[in-house]
Ligand binder design. Structure first.
Ligand code: HAS
Length: 540
């Protein structure tokens, strides 16, 4: 695997450890929400565990997994070593050091600010500095991948870049544009404020900068999953990719539309005019399009696989897919869950529906089906396929690996459907006390909260199975020298010439222009108004 094995193994080790910590925290939350009389139960422990769960799962597990996978896919698809391996290690250590700092602050109760770290909730500087280092590490990683691609491009000026690298580069471009927002928030607001250099902070400006970053962040998570769905899944299922150009178009559309949509998280915020919110809504509805195209292309590829396996009827190809293969099953089930999560995303994006569901349990239902399923379950599946290749061992505890995606699926259905329902009934999210201080409305939410806690138990068991399989494979797997990474062939054969979708420079220019249109005026307008800062609050 071209010398990338140790680097990728290190990234995946951090990712899987972060996943384990986050899963333990999730169990604590689920039981706490079910109002069980646990000895360690307290508001402080609840918010500490929600913060640790969100940061470790959504920010650390994903980022390290994406960096490790990106290195493997890029070097394998281009058939060359990583350019600047020392820098690649520097990126890993920067992000790892940052993770330790942020985790320390959270576990020591000095950063109960949740994964969105909205001020005026205030954390220890180690939290902000740590997360900033994680981003710096990811920037260095981005540079390493781009340098590897450019070295390949010099030798192949006329050849379209392999699809897996096309998708990885799109992920990086989305990330580089997005992180400008969070870097500005950290450097000009949160870090000086937490260090005592500034006394107050402007919460609305912080929220604008956070969501400038926060929505494209979700596509930074999703695009590597799409790379897997397009370039690895069809092959593993025994078929071919239905259309390579459609996949390239999808990645290009994500480059231009991922960022200018952030106000759909701020529909209910004051200080942003409805015209700008409407523009972001329009862009949000456009960004459903590449996911709908993905649904079509990936399903068509699966039908090709099912027919190659002997299916002849209208739908029997579904049954012919290798549902017993842990990698394939994880990805297929993640797609089914994402179909529901995508639907609830479209509901969120409609202004008047958003007024009903904003800040309710509906939102946590939505994001567990998206990042918690489309992304996390796909990544778990990828780990079953990739980790044996990285450590040169067979996958151990294969039965647990087969059952695990199904447990995740059942758990997520129970958890997410219950949360969508209680959200529609008005149940606020992120509240410690499930009796809502004895409010009569909370009585109606009780049964469904119990269902979501049951879902949490399934999810925890599934996570434990995943961790056991990973540990068993690394520590006790039988030797195996198969480290080949091969990609799905497109039905019409590999593209011979570059197309407009390979012109990354063009898509970056359009993306930057759209971002400027969507954000320059609202930000300038906000900065020109009289603003009142807020001091920090540390509830615990
Ligand atoms: Fe979202 C809130 C809108 C996608 C994550 N989102 C969140 C939050 C998170 C999140 C974490 O408009 C909460 C933030 C917080 O803490 O406050 N979201 C959307 C829309 C989409 C969307 C329009 N979200 C995602 C993805 C995420 C993610 C992806 C993570 C990876 N979201 C919102 C809005 C809010 C929001 C508002 C703010 C809510 C509020 O008020 O706070 C779209 O991109 C979704 C497009 C997806 C589809 C589905 C395509 C289906 C596919 C699978 C096909 C499979 C089939 C079955 C057919 C259109 C590709 C296969 C069958 C087999 C047998 C295999």
């Amino acid at each position: 695997m071209n010398g990338v094995r140790r680097l990728a193994t290190a990234h995946l080790a951090v990712a899987v450890t972060a996943f384990g910590i986050a899963a333990a925290m999730a169990l604590m939350q689920a039981l706490s929400r079910a109002n069980l009389d646990l000895p360690w139960r307290s508001p402080k422990m609840y918010y500490l565990s929600v913060t640790a769960h969100g940061v470790m799962m959504a920010l650390i597990f994903t980022t390290f997994f994406i960096m490790g996978l990106g290195l493997v896919l890029t070097t394998s698809a281009l058939g060359r070593r990583v350019s600047h391996p020392r820098l690649a290690w520097a990126s890993f250590w920067a992000a790892f050091g940052g993770t330790i700092a942020a985790l320390w602050a959270i576990l020591w109760g000095k950063a109960t600010v949740l994964y969105t770290f909205y001020p005026p909730l205030k954390a220890h500087p180690a939290f902000y500095l740590g997360l900033t280092l994680v981003v710096v590490g990811s920037w260095i990683w981005s540079w390493v991948v781009i340098a590897t691609y450019r070295a390949w491009k010099k030798e192949h000026p006329e050849t379209p870049v392999p699809l897996a690298v096309h998708g990885t580069l799109a992920t990086i471009i989305v990330w580089l544009i997005a992180t400008v927002g969070v870097a500005a928030e950290m450097l000009f607001q949160l870090i000086p404020w937490s260090l005592g250099i500034k006394e107050t902070v402007d919460p609305l400006l912080a929220r604008m900068l956070f969501w400038y970053f926060g929505h494209p962040l979700v596509y930074f998570w999703l695009l590597p999953a799409y790379v897997v769905w397009y370039t690895l899944l069809p092959k593993a299922a025994g078929g071919k990719l239905f259309s390579d150009p459609l996949a390239r178009m999808v990645f290009a559309v994500f480059i231009i539309l991922s960022t200018p949509v952030g106000f759909h998280h701020q529909f209910m915020d004051p200080g942003i005019s409805s015209g700008w919110k409407a523009l972001h809504t329009l862009n949000t509805f456009w960004i459903l399009f590449p996911s709908l195209v993905t649904a079509f292309t990936v399903l068509a590829s699966l039908e090709i696989a099912g027919r190659a396996r002997g299916a002849e009827g209208l739908f029997d190809w579904l049954g012919k897919l290798p549902w017993g293969d842990p990698f394939v099953a994880s990805v297929l089930l993640s797609m089914v869950l994402f179909a529901i999560g995508g639907f609830s995303g479209a509901v969120n994006a409609a202004f008047d529906m958003n007024a009903v569901v904003h800040n309710t349990a509906w939102v946590q239902g939505h994001f567990h089906l998206t990042v918690g399923s489309a992304v996390a379950l796909t990544f778990m599946g990828v780990a079953y396929w990739l980790v044996p290749k990285l450590v040169n061992r067979e996958l151990e505890l294969a039965l647990l690996a087969k059952v695990q995606p199904y447990l995740w699926f059942i758990g997520m259905v129970l958890f997410a459907i219950a949360n969508h329902a209680t959200g529609l009934m008005g149940m606020p999210r992120r509240i410690y006390d499930p009796s809502y201080m004895g409010h009569p409305a909370a009585e109606q939410w009780k049964a469904l909260t119990g269902v979501s806690a049951l879902g949490g138990l399934f999810l925890f068991t599934s996570a434990a199975f995943f961790l056991l399989v990973m540990l068993g494979t690394v520590l006790a797997g039988r030797p195996n020298n198969d480290d080949t990474v091969s990609f799905a062939e497109p039905l019409e054969g590999p593209p011979l010439r570059k197309s407009i979708f390979d012109r990354f420079g063009l898509w970056v220019v359009i993306a930057v222009a759209l971002v400027a249109i969507a954000y320059a005026y609202p930000l300038a307008h906000h900065l020109s108004m009289q603003r009142f800062g807020s001091p920090g609050f540390r509830p615990f």
